[in-house]
Design a binder for this molecule. Structure first.
Ligand SMILES: *Cc1c(COP(=O)(O)O)cnc(C)c1O
Length: 372
């Protein structure tokens, strides 16, 4: 599904030198690499504050801890996403409210958000799923109307641009009150272990978050709030600092591969390819995900496996049907899109090193199967 080795080969000398420097200077925790990467990322995203942390799940949790949310407050998020998004809501004794996604870009459905709002609703968590921007203009409008926080889960969307009403572009993760990301190795900007970050333009919130990641300390051994220990370590920061200047080229390589996949599937009525807008940089293709009609998706998975073609099903079970997140408030009729997608979606290999021959091999195997 990914080719981390091929990507490493191209930046090997630089990454090795940076890691060696961390070892030589023994600045393993909070070393200069962490601060430098933070500054570089702030500049790249055009955001005032980046708060590095240990992983993307922590980033979400810490972002929510930093907002003024109380047990029982309702947080609306998408039914079709990775479990981390809903897990941290539940862990903080907030009430997750899962809503359906739309069939065009698999992102949270804004009408469903409106319907789910109650007097207890305090926040919305859009996920830029598979690397495609959610409908942020509408989500921000709903949030403003109902006085809600917006926390963008940008773990899959780093580097994507959102075209705003005034014609300017903003990076995903910097549009809501707070945004989060993950540097898990297979993400679009991946390190060589775990890593994550939180973004915000709000000075006061940034200050709060910097304390929370460090045991709630704003002054050494003075613990003002309940915090956690969540750090991006210096070696991971060194890797990320070397890779950040390449992120746009990595995302372009993903878009190129996506265009080739989509071109190969042209005219296949049982293969629905991902929707992209013309300018196309609102999608960074963390995943390239098809919807397969009139064929058995699980049989297709087996067919690809038999041909040594990796593939993934993200995600096979709607969150509202997971044991941990079941709730009497949910009604199956409210999740038609997610319930369908979990049966029909399939993600193809997607990374920066895909070549034409591989794409031809993969697409031919799929076309052959759906036309059987
Ligand atoms: C990967 C991911 C996370 C969690 O990131 P980790 O670094 O693995 O904790 C959260 N949300 C989404 C949508 C993700 O894809």
């Amino acid at each position: 599904m990914v080719d981390l080795k091929g990507q490493y080969e191209a930046i090997k000398d630089q990454v090795n030198a940076s890691i060696q420097e961390v070892i030589d200077t023994t600045t393993f925790i909070n070393g200069p690499e962490v601060h430098a990467f933070q500054k570089n990322l702030e500049e790249y995203l055009g955001v005032k504050h980046v708060i590095p942390c240990a992983n993307g799940t922590d980033a979400l949790q810490i972002a929510m801890m930093g907002l003024d949310l109380k047990p029982g407050d309702e947080v609306i998020t998408a039914d079709f996403t990775f479990a981390a998004t809903v897990e941290v809501i539940a862990l903080l004794h907030l009430t997750p409210v899962l809503v359906d996604v739309n069939p065009y870009n698999f992102n949270i459905d804004t009408e469903a958000i409106r319907k789910a709002i109650t007097p207890k609703t305090k926040a919305i968590v859009p996920v830029h799923l598979f690397g495609q921007v959610a409908n942020m203009a509408e989500i921000m409008a709903i949030a403003e109307e109902h006085n809600l926080y917006v926390i963008e889960d940008n773990a899959q969307g780093i580097g994507a641009n959102y075209l705003q009403a005034d014609g300017s572009k903003a990076k995903t993760g910097t549009i809501g009150h707070v945004g989060t990301t993950s540097f898990f190795p297979s993400k679009n900007l991946g390190c060589y272990g775990d890593g994550g970050a939180i973004f915000t333009n709000d000075d006061a919130l940034a200050h709060t978050l910097r304390g929370i990641v460090n045991h709630g300390m704003y002054e050494r051994y003075h613990h003002d709030v309940v915090g956690v220990n969540s750090r991006l370590d210096s070696m991971q920061a060194a890797v990320l600092r070397a890779k950040l200047p390449l992120l746009d080229s990595y995302n372009n390589a993903r878009r190129d591969a996506a265009r080739k996949y989509t071109a190969a599937f042209a005219g296949q009525k049982n293969i629905i390819t991902p929707m992209v807008c013309d300018s196309c940089d609102c999608h960074v293709f963390h995943q390239y995900t098809l919807v397969i009609k009139n064929a058995n998706r699980d049989e297709l998975v087996k067919h690809l496996q038999a041909n040594d073609i990796p593939c993934g099903v993200y995600y096979p079970i709607p969150l509202h049907s997971q044991k941990a997140y079941k709730d009497d408030r949910y009604n199956e009729a409210d999740f038609p899109v997610t319930n369908q997608l979990v049966k029909e979606c399939i993600s193809l290999p997607m990374h920066t090193e895909l070549d034409d021959e591989q794409i031809k091999f993969i697409t031919s195997a799929i076309i052959e199967f759906v036309n059987r």
